[in-house]
Write a protein that binds this ligand. Structure first.
Ligand SMILES: [Zn+2]
Length: 501
């Protein structure tokens, strides 16, 4: 009896558990059994591995071959273990050295002819592999993604024959695929192109600096989504750790991770008809939803009241904790979802409440019912709300001055974010009540102003804390140590819904 071991990685959510592939050869009727995968995956994997080994002109053992994948409770997609299974068989039959194989982890699906096909989630695999002190044999097609992890040793290959020749010391692996010169990064639209709406741009700058959630209220066609789409142009670039986390999530999504987006904060804008699974994640082997694909970036929800209310309620957990738990039958997966929510809605069902055209005939009751589609607890998680009114024509003419460019705004945002990071290790939006009491105390005049406003507008305790957090961000943008009355009053002005209709 002969035994060989190969290592691979499964995928459960963003986790990539180590999978040990043990190959036993025993005398008896020739057969190939795979233990530890669901029946259908076993059959497909068996067919591919057997054909790949034969078509690459290796010897397939005329013995009883038992493959044991441990741990046994693995998700269905079996293809990613093909390469490890085939190499394990080659090692058990002495066609490649066992010792050498054990220094590697391998992922890759095999074609019937022995070509190595791309698999999902390679970025987290490369990261785990590095932490495990092993080198990684992987499909060439996945190389660019894995190469973002700088200190991991990668052995990319296109065919089973290349891997065996390499492990036998007969030839080096072919050069990794040449990284295509980065295509011109798709331009993020710039704030310079937007005329007028200065108070909305200012609010987006504050939101970006403090990672505050924000809600825009305004009639259709006033540029709410156009303005939101420019938020990524002023967000700070991701740190390496954040970039790895964001890319790991993207790499297990349907579209995969595009290395061109490395270190760019994600911006996701799902339509209000999106299903719950598409929005928050789900499926048999759970896949991340939009809120996780927006991890460390922004999630834009246009026409907020049109989203399924149940779906919106699910957002409360990630908005509070920065992650989402998805349960499906026996399997449970956790995905990170620390996103910033930017939402937009009409002020009333017809959309024209408060518009100078006088088109709106919605009753107070209709308006209230419309706004109540957004629950109080969800609104409580939104720091900034403001009106986005229709612009006077004069603000839009060619003669109107262009807006400030995004790069200038971004430099202020980055500086403010660094102040917060140095002070408390996180953005202001994520301060707890206790931290707010410690960190966001206004100066005496500021305190006086806030007390007056609390009484006059009958503000809640929650509103009080929100205003202090936002005022802290405004002071940070002004490079001010103390929170002054000007900061407080600007923060109060960004709480539109506290003031009723
Ligand atoms: Zn109306």
């Amino acid at each position: 009896m002969s035994l060989a071991v190969a290592y691979s990685r499964g995928r459960v959510g963003v986790a990539v558990p180590l999978v040990t592939v043990e190959v036993h050869l025993a005398n008896g009727l020739p057969a190939l059994n795979i233990v530890g995968l669901p029946e259908t995956a076993v059959k497909e994997s068996r067919d591919r591995v057997r054909a790949a080994i034969a078509n690459a002109h290796f010897e397939f053992p005329m013995q009883r071959v038992t493959i044991n994948l441990a741990p046994a409770d693995l998700p269905k997609e079996g293809g990613r273990y093909d390469l490890a299974i085939a190499l394990g068989i080659l090692a058990a039959t002495g066609q490649i050295p066992k010792k050498r194989l054990a220094e590697y982890e391998c992922v890759g699906e095999l074609s019937l002819s022995g070509e190595i096909r791309a698999v999902s989630g390679v970025l987290p695999v490369a990261l785990a592999c590095r932490d495990n002190g092993k080198a990684l044999i992987l499909p060439s097609a996945n190389y660019a993604e894995a190469a973002l992890i700088e200190t991991v040793t990668l052995a990319p290959a296109e065919h089973l024959l290349e891997v065996s020749a390499y492990l036998n010391g007969q030839s080096p692996l072919p050069e990794p695929p040449v990284q295509a010169a980065p295509e011109r990064i798709q331009e993020i639209p710039d704030f310079a192109e937007v005329k007028g709406q200065f108070h909305v741009k200012r609010a987006l700058e504050i939101a970006a600096a403090g990672q505050h959630n924000m809600l825009m209220l305004g009639p259709p066609g006033t540029g709410k989504s156009m303005l939101a789409a420019r938020l990524p142009s002023i967000l700070p670039p991701l740190t390496e750790q954040q970039a790895i986390e964001a890319a790991a999530i993207a790499s297990i999504s349907d579209k995969g991770f595009d290395p061109k987006n490395w270190r760019r904060p994600p911006f996701r804008a799902p339509h209000h008809t999106a299903s719950a699974a598409a929005l928050v994640g789900g499926g048999g082997n759970p896949r991340p939803g939009e809120i996780s694909l927006a991890h460390h970036g922004a999630l834009f929800l246009d026409e907020l009241p049109e989203f399924d209310r149940k779906v919106l309620e699910v957002l409360r957990e990630p908005l509070e904790t920065g992650q989402i738990t998805i349960s499906r039958a026996a399997r449970q997966a956790e995905f990170p979802a620390r996103f910033q929510m930017i939402a937009a809605m009409n002020p009333c069902p017809c959309g024209y409440l408060g518009d100078s055209s006088g088109r709106c005939h919605c009753t107070q009751e209709q308006v209230a019912r419309y706004r109540n589609r957004i629950s109080g607890p969800l609104l409580d998680r939104i720091d900034l709300h403001l009106d986005v009114p229709r612009l006077e024509l004069s603000a839009l003419t060619a003669a109107a001055p262009p807006g400030e460019c995004s790069a200038d705004i971004q430099s202020r945002v980055v500086a403010a974010r660094q102040r917060a990071q140095a002070r408390q290790g996180k953005a202001n939006a994520w301060l707890t009540v206790k931290e707010i009491n410690d960190i966001c105390q206004p100066d005496p005049d500021g305190e006086q102003l806030l007390t007056t406003a609390m009484t006059r507008f009958a503000l809640s305790h929650r509103a009080f804390h929100r205003i202090l957090k936002v005022a802290r961000t405004i002071a940070d943008l002004a490079c001010a140590e103390a929170i002054a009355p000007a900061h407080i009053s600007e923060a109060i002005g960004l709480r539109r819904l506290d003031r009723g209709r």
